[in-house]
Design a protein around this ligand. Structure first.
Ligand code: UT7
Length: 326
């Protein structure tokens, strides 16, 4: 059977570190509050002149180097992002041009923090359709430019970064075993950015009202997120005839350590098998999972045949999972 296998990973975070102690000087917060409520200690923030595609480009080049492929070998570039360079063209087209992937079809996926899993699911379908396709999937975000730095309820949570993977079709047991995607648009008000779109086109008024920044109902979203991560993980295990004991590593979307711990508890999944790096990067939205995957791969923490469970949730509300035999 042909499966879509991840043959390479890459990631990039900007060098500038913003710690909780730095934030104490910007808004009424404390390192103690942020760490105990979210698990975040610091995050990376871009300089003014950096765009999302710049982070994506660095992650893409690192993945290509690991894969020993040239950019012209890629057939698709699918970029998950909620903080694109521009409204249009898509961020994937900027990445395509910057790396010189002349043959690739590039487009973006917007499904909140779940975008990477949605993009992975599409890549799997392209490869199943034509096993010779080589597909790059990215999660790339500059959340710091849509964050309201005067709103302590959100500005402490997010960070910037990008991750990329390259998938090819391969005969055998390794690769993507399943993906499951969900959404409930009736919950959109839990997390959104109202300004700049057709509902509230940019104007002096939208800027004055700070509509170009993230609006979030953190507490209700927390509860939805716990349920979504638990449900989608259970669904993925059941579909593959697996139990949590069979899984070697879970890489969840890194939005809040407490959300992850609560979801793991519901499905009786041991935290020792959950990969966490939220402490260093905060919530980089669709980039959290591919950054974590790259860290694990380059850190020698993954071996061929490992069973990996990815699960995520995000604005929309969306949620999804993937099970991968590494
Ligand atoms: O990728 C998806 C993106 N978003 C998420 O996943 C977020 C999901 N939600 C969460 O992670 C949590 O709800 C938060 C970390 C955002 C907040 O934690 P919480 O335990 O739900 O706190 P809360 O919103 O109920 O706020 C508790 C208190 C409030 O004060 P009062 O009303 O009890 O006096 C807040 O005003 O904490 C206050 N607060 C803060 N205090 C210090 C809110 N933000 C801060 C802050 N520093 N940064």
């Amino acid at each position: 059977m042909i499966r879509s296998r991840i043959i390479a990973t890459g990631s990039y975070v900007p060098p500038k570190v913003l710690t909780n102690f730095d934030l104490e000087k910007m808004v009424d917060t404390s390192d103690e509050w942020i760490t105990s409520r979210s698990g975040i200690r610091e995050r990376r923030i871009v300089e003014k002149d950096v765009a999302t595609s710049d982070l994506g480009t660095q992650a893409a080049l690192r993945a290509l180097e690991m894969a020993e492929l040239s950019p012209e070998d890629l057939d698709f570039i699918i970029t998950g992002t909620n903080s694109p360079d521009m409204f249009f063209p898509c961020t994937g087209c900027f990445i395509q041009a910057k790396i010189g992937a002349t043959k690739a079809a590039a487009f973006d996926v917007s499904a909140g923090c779940t975008s990477f899993i949605h993009a992975l699911s599409l890549a799997d379908k392209f490869i199943k359709e034509n096993p010779s396709h080589k597909v790059m999937v990215l999660g790339a975000e500059i959340m710091s430019k849509v964050t309201d730095w005067a709103d302590r309820a959100t500005c402490v949570l997010f960070g910037d970064g990008a991750g990329a993977v390259i998938l090819v079709g391969e005969e055998g047991e390794r690769g993507i075993l399943s993906t499951h995607l969900h959404s409930d648009g009736s919950l959109w008000e839990l997390l959104y950015m109202p300004g700049g779109g057709s509902a509230n086109p940019s104007s002096r008024e939208t800027v004055d009202k700070r509509l170009h920044y993230i609006k979030m109902a953190g507490n209700p979203l927390f509860k939805v997120a716990v349920r979504a991560l638990a449900d989608v993980s259970q669904e993925a295990l059941k579909y593959n005839g697996l139990t949590s004991e069979d899984i070697d590593v879970m890489i969840p979307h890194q939005a809040n350590t407490r959300i992850i711990e609560a979801a793991a508890k519901i499905i009786n999944f041991p935290m020792e098998k959950v990969y966490l790096n939220i402490e260093k990067y905060g919530n980089t939205s669709s980039a959290t999972i591919p950054i974590a995957m790259d860290e694990m791969q380059r850190g020698g923490k993954l071996k061929a045949g490992d069973l990996m469970l990815l699960c995520s949730f995000g604005t929309g509300v969306t949620w999804g999972s993937a099970v991968i035999r590494w």
